[in-house]
Design a binder for this molecule. Structure first.
Ligand code: PXL
Length: 291
């Protein structure tokens, strides 16, 4: 009899920012807690994320080429490939190649097109990077833009409020870029400032789902990374799309609630360590609706 660990492994293509609980510092704890092995393919090393006014930044594109070659030599296999913050157009191109080389029929490819938030691109993002990200989106099974990234990817001016019908059209248009499943996070609801929402649609299914959550008036970097990490883990665990977005949205809500009551520098992110154990619990009560 052979005892094999049968563990499942996620390649995580993100930067390592030392301060602020973004990118790998959110992805690794969430997916590890959910029972997956995480293999980081680091895109850059930063002192802290780029929403602080200053940061150090070491680009790792050349090292990524070597890591990918070595992983190929080792014949490492991934159950999922999940990319997030990428530091240059060349790096985006490299990640497309990495996906094509390591993708197997059962591999889940998640692309979080990290470009901006609150209607603006992040400080190091350029139009060329938006255009390369659009190409990378073609390789995704699941694409997870926030509302700012939706408009950037579609090349349209940002619009903070959209109706269900408008959101359905945007999800369909993003599907035309290539991904089967599109999940849009951080969609405010007009005249309801205390709520926020998430929409999701799979082309192969055709239904559009919405999860509405209470909104506290604060913005924390890294919540998008934690959201997509929970979503990825949940899909790998076999959850349906509406359950996966529900789990991810409620996890973030609990993280924000755990943090909001303190006098805390929001740039340090949510107190992720306090809420990780929630990921061990079975689904408590789902609140998704069909729109
Ligand atoms: O959470 C997204 C993110 C990831 N990585 C870096 C960032 C940000 C957002 O600001 O600056 C370096």
């Amino acid at each position: 009899m052979k005892f094999a660990p049968n563990n499942r492994c996620v390649a995580a293509v993100h930067d390592l920012s030392g301060v602020g609980r973004t990118s790998l510092m959110a992805v690794v704890p969430v997916l590890t807690t959910m029972g997956f092995e995480v293999c980081p393919l680091p895109t850059a090393i930063l002192s802290n994320h780029t929403q602080f006014p200053q940061f150090s930044f070491l680009d790792l594109t050349d090292e990524m080429v070597k890591i990918i070659a070595q992983w190929e030599a080792l014949d490492v296999r991934f159950d999922a490939i999940y990319s997030g913050y990428l530091g240059s157009p060349r790096q985006m191109h490299l990640v497309s190649g990495f996906i094509e080389r390591f993708r197997r029929p059962q591999t889940l490819v998640v692309v979080d097109p990290v470009l901006g938030d609150n209607g603006r691109l992040y400080s190091k993002m350029t139009e060329e990077m938006v255009s390369e990200m659009r190409k990378l989106a073609r390789s995704a099974d699941v694409l997870t833009p926030n509302l700012t990234e939706v408009f950037a990817l579609l090349g349209r001016p940002y619009k903070p409020f959209c109706t269900n019908e408008e959101m359905k059209e945007l999800l369909e248009e993003l599907g035309h870029l290539g991904p089967d499943t599109v999940v849009v996070t951080g969609v405010p609801i007009e005249h309801q400032p205390n709520f926020t929402s998430v929409y999701a649609r799979s082309r192969s299914d055709g239904r559009t789902w919405k999860v509405t959550c209470p909104y506290l008036p604060a913005s924390y970097p890294g919540t998008g990374d934690a959201f997509t990490s929970v979503l990825t883990g949940s899909i790998l665990q076999g959850d349906s799309l509406p359950i996966a977005i529900d789990r991810a949205a409620h996890f973030i809500l609990q993280g924000v609630r755990a943090t909001f009551g303190y006098q805390h520098d929001n740039r340090r992110g949510i107190l992720l360590e306090r809420v990780l154990p929630i990921l061990h619990l079975p689904i408590q009560s789902a609140s998704y609706e069909l729109v």
